[in-house]
Design a protein around this ligand. Structure first.
Ligand SMILES: *Cc1c(COP(=O)(O)O)cnc(C)c1O
Length: 408
């Protein structure tokens, strides 16, 4: 008899997006003529930049000729892409990284989910609340979270991000070994300043803990003084790993390419206190369990850094950030309290009239036919909040805000 990995039984169900889909389907069945606008899921709507498409086509042609055909590539990605990443994303910000510290992958979701494998099961980890659900769920599957009670796991340290603390988490009061941070944040759209991020790096250095830093939205940062990378902070190379993705930045959600920076200094320890390089461990993990991103996709990702590519990606981000401005200002004008949307494609709003986030979801769907994401789906501290995304089309974004202003 095959036994189940009982950790999977502890998962609190794929409640959020399936519940949203269920409610939308039901509403559409009752109101078949309703013109729904979806500003809920974090997927992009603009097509891939032209430079990316050109590079992908060329690479596909290369795969069709014996002299240029490529089979298995390096599991950690081609040097040509890692070099472009370093030259364009890291060096200009004063970040040093070697080619073998950049690991190309098929997604920041898989990397943030897989990385916990390198840590002992007795580690205690901290996450912000609300939070992107992948960090907690992947640790549940691994068996690192204890039991689920009253919406929380008893071995997870939740760091509340509330209006009182400006959506910026306080350092944990008890010792933790791993810390997941995501800034600019999904779902709140908020960021940390250099000084704020430095507190985390210092804390990690004092405790020999490791920060797993998700920078999937760094390209959306508009304000000066907001670090794009944790490695802009002194000492971070000793204690941090950073996840980045072409998904939101360059429209790769359906194409799949991302990268993770693992400095050689970062160490995890055995019971005797002997240190082991996370970089070597991640290489070992990836070479065993991953066979690399396809050549046409890596060639496409490299084109993001061509002159044309950079221009087109900038236009893409400008487009979404203009949507963010429309949503942020429109909501504010309509009397809502809003966060984010300045350095991130997410707008986090307080629900009016003390409504629960699901009650506001229903009201918005029924009254304005606009679909967003209830904050409660991201954690206990998301209750009473609601997320709208700037990834819709311009037309839909304008129309949605007009409806909110006039109908709600
Ligand atoms: C969208 C998103 C990612 C990107 O995931 P990919 O697998 O690269 O598409 C990573 N982290 C957060 C917080 C996200 O919202």
């Amino acid at each position: 008899m095959a036994l189940i990995n009982e950790n999977y039984l502890k998962l609190p169900g794929n409640y959020l997006f399936s519940e949203i889909a269920r409610r939308v389907e039901q509403f559409k069945a009752e109101h078949p003529k309703a013109d729904m606008i979806r500003l809920g899921i974090g997927d992009v709507t603009r097509p891939l930049p032209g430079a990316v498409i050109e590079a992908m086509k060329k690479a596909v042609d290369e795969m069709g000729r014996p002299e240029t055909f490529r089979g298995y590539g390096p599991e950690q990605g081609y040097d040509f892409l890692a070099k472009k990443i370093i030259e364009n994303d890291l060096t200009p910000r004063g970040i040093e990284a070697a080619v073998d510290e950049v690991f190309v992958s098929d997604g920041a979701k898989s990397d943030t989910a897989n990385f916990q494998e390198l840590f002992g099961l007795n580690n205690i980890f901290a996450v912000t609340d609300p939070v992107y659900p992948v960090y907690v769920d992947s640790n549940v599957m691994a068996g690192r979270t204890g039991v689920h009670k009253d919406g929380k796991f008893d071995r997870v340290v939740y760091l509340p991000c509330t209006e009182e603390n400006g959506m910026k988490p306080a350092l944990p009061s008890a010792r933790v070994d791993m810390i997941y941070l995501c800034f600019p944040n999904n779902p709140t759209g908020m960021t940390l300043s250099r000084e704020e991020l430095k507190k985390w790096v210092d804390h990690a250095r004092e405790n020999r803990s490791i920060i797993l830093f998700d920078a999937a939205y760094e390209a959306f940062i508009r304000e000066d003084g907001v670090p794009h990378s944790i490695f802009e902070i002194e000492g971070a190379r000793e204690v941090a790993v950073e996840f980045r993705s072409f998904s939101k930045t360059a429209g790769f959600t359906g194409t799949r390419c991302a990268y993770t920076i693992v400095p050689k200094e970062v160490k995890v320890y055995d019971a005797k206190g002997e240190g082991y390089s996370l970089n070597s461990l991640w290489l070992r993990r990836q070479t065993t369990k991953f066979n690399g991103v396809s050549y046409p996709v890596q060639a496409a990702a490299a084109a993001v850094y061509s002159e044309e590519g950079k221009k087109q990606v900038k236009e893409l981000i400008d487009y979404y950030m203009e949507n963010a401005r429309i949503i942020r200002e429109g909501l504010r004008k309509a009397g809502y309290k809003v966060f984010g949307g300045v350095n991130a494609p997410y707008i986090w709003m307080k629900t009016p009239d003390q409504l629960s986030s699901w009650d506001f979801f229903d009201r918005l769907m029924r009254t304005a036919n606009v679909v967003g994401t209830p904050g409660a789906g991201f954690g206990a501290n998301g209750e009473g909040y609601f997320r709208l995304t700037a990834f819709g089309t311009r037309e839909n974004t304008i129309e949605a805000l007009e409806r909110i202003a006039t109908k709600m």
